[in-house]
Write a protein that binds this ligand. Structure first.
Ligand code: NAD
Length: 495
């Protein structure tokens, strides 16, 4: 098995080819793209740089496998997913280490829990197979009218790099369980963990049921989204690209699900100046994922009465993270994914530091020398501003840059919280639970947490409002609504 060296560790690579029709193949034209370890800027592996011809082959393989796969009973499909779950659980540590190496996310705080989420996802949807059921209508003895759930056909799924194996698994498992076949495009920055999942799946699934391709978005992803034989588009990524995916779906009137960006508000009431709230804010901001999370609570609205005191505690917490080698068990926070994102994050920090109405409470630009300059390591940064109306408070930074704003009354804070084109997540902290629930209900987002800032839970219908997305994932609803269609059959029994 190929191995690659990371600082103090050896990481076992899985496949570095793409899976099409049960075969591990390169790009049709032989092109490749390099995958870099963002913590040390070394190339780990090369994978196929696929284009339209590869997409065509993969879609043809999925289309060819569909008729037989949809006729496999749902419970048998579920049983295969449960076997996949078992092997993914056995190989979870390999998946976690590989993930840390290719994404820069820390092993202990991010990629190990993410690897566990993957096998739990296969197990969860495998167990739901018998829920792919229909209904009968009470129309009397002479008429039988019933509904049945059918798969959609060939699903095209496109995923980003920030939690690549988690996001791939929440598309693969429900889509296949519902009887679809799938072409999934991995992110160019983090394809290796997804290919490892494909390797495990390929042992249990018929050829062509799951195809995983690699390549750049504008080449491979665009060709997949535009392919005329694709019956459903399921996309997770930025809002800008998501709009283009939706436009492609509109051309052919195929269903589309979108999980897009966010700029989620955190509201802290005046009775919540406490250490557990600081922990909740830090967790909501996903600092231990370098805040490369769509649900990051990156706009912090603190009641003015406690703002000085609470923000001092938040700043101290942010300064306490152990940043470094993602594979080191002692590391809390790893590196940003690539140079482009790193430069983007630094540009935002630079802009905040130069803003006359903004106070830098902790962090700033990363050091140019020293061990952390070997990788794309950003510094957790907290700005305090007086207004919600500036670029850092409005745009998704996708890095550990938190903007805090003081508030005085509820109407004002709700107006600021909802003044965003995003609506993915939200967080409220208060000892007064009734008040917190009231505020949570007023936040215009798909998922609001009260008195905690945790990650998604399997079984929760997860998805954004406004420009944060369309449709739900992670729950029975997602399998039924996003990956199957309902047909009604009405039979006259009076003949
Ligand atoms: P991105 O939109 O640039 O890329 C996502 C995927 O789309 C990649 O596989 C990429 O290759 C592909 N892609 C890019 N251009 C394409 C095109 N023209 N046609 C088809 N495919 C194309 O996003 P990113 O920078 O990789 O990921 C970060 C974004 O993803 C953030 O905005 C984040 O909020 C969002 N995200 C959302 C969720 C969610 O659940 N809502 C989860 C994770 C990430």
């Amino acid at each position: 098995m190929a191995q690659t060296s990371a600082a103090n560790e050896t990481v076992v690579l899985g496949p570095t080819r793409q899976l099409i029709g049960g075969q591990w193949v390169g790009a049709a034209d032989g092109r490749e793209l390099d995958v870099e370890c963002p913590a040390n800027k070394q190339v780990i592996a090369s994978v196929p740089r696929s284009g339209a011809e590869d997409v065509d082959r993969a879609v043809a393989a999925a289309a060819g496998a569909f008729d037989a796969w949809r006729r496999v009973s749902p419970t048998e499909r579920g049983r295969l997913l449960l076997k996949i779950a078992d092997e993914l659980e056995e190989r979870a540590e390999q998946l976690a280490r590989l993930g840390a190496h290719e994404t820069g996310n820390a092993l202990r705080t991010q990629t190990r829990p993410e690897a566990a989420f993957v096998h739990n996802t296969f197990r969860y949807f495998g167990g739901l197979a018998s829920e792919l059921k229909g209904e009968t209508l009470p129309l009397g003895d002479d008429l039988l009218s019933y509904t049945r759930r059918e798969p959609l056909g060939v699903v095209a799924a496109i995923v980003p790099w920030n939690a690549p194996v988690q996001l791939a698994s929440i598309k693969i498992a429900p889509a296949l369980c519902a009887g679809n076949t799938l072409v999934l495009k991995a992110a160019e920055d983090a394809p290796l963990g997804v290919l490892l999942i494909a390797e495990v799946c390929s042992k249990y699934l018929p050829e062509g049921v799951l195809n995983v391709i690699t390549g750049y978005g504008h080449e491979c992803g665009a060709a997949l989204a535009a392919h005329p034989r694709v019956d459903k588009l399921s996309f997770t990524g930025s809002t800008a690209v998501g709009k283009g995916i939706m436009a492609q779906a509109a051309q052919r009137i195929v269903p589309v699900s979108l999980e897009l960006g966010g700029k989620s508000p955190v509201i802290v009431c005046e009775d919540a100046d406490a250490d557990w709230v600081v922990d909740g804010i830090a967790s909501a901001m996903r600092f231990t994922r370098q805040s490369q999370s769509c649900t990051a609570g990156s706009r912090l609205f603190v009641h003015r009465k406690i703002a000085d005191s609470l923000l001092a505690k938040v700043a101290a917490k942010m300064a306490s993270y152990n940043i470094g080698d993602p594979l080191d068990e002692a590391t809390d926070m790893g590196s940003i994914i690539n140079n482009k994102q790193f430069t983007r994050v630094c540009d935002y920090v630079q802009e905040g530091m130069g803003h006359k109405d903004v106070q830098l409470l902790t962090g700033g630009l990363p050091e140019k020398d020293g061990p952390l300059s070997q990788g794309y390591f950003a510094t957790p940064t907290l700005f305090r501003s007086t207004s919600n109306d500036w670029r850092l408070a409005r745009e998704e930074i996708f890095g550990p840059v938190l903007v805090a704003i003081a508030w005085d009354d509820e109407a004002e804070v709700l107006q600021m919280a909802n003044d965003s084109h995003y609506g993915l997540a939200g967080y409220v902290f208060s000892h007064d639970t009734a008040r917190a629930i009231r505020l949570a209900q007023e936040i215009d987002s798909g998922w609001v947490q009260v008195n905690q800032g945790k990650g998604q839970i399997l079984g929760q219908p997860y998805g954004g409002f406004k420009e944060s997305g369309l449709g739900k994932e992670m729950a029975l609803h997602s399998m039924l609504e996003s990956f199957s269609r309902l047909k009604t059959i009405t039979v006259n029994l009076d003949i």
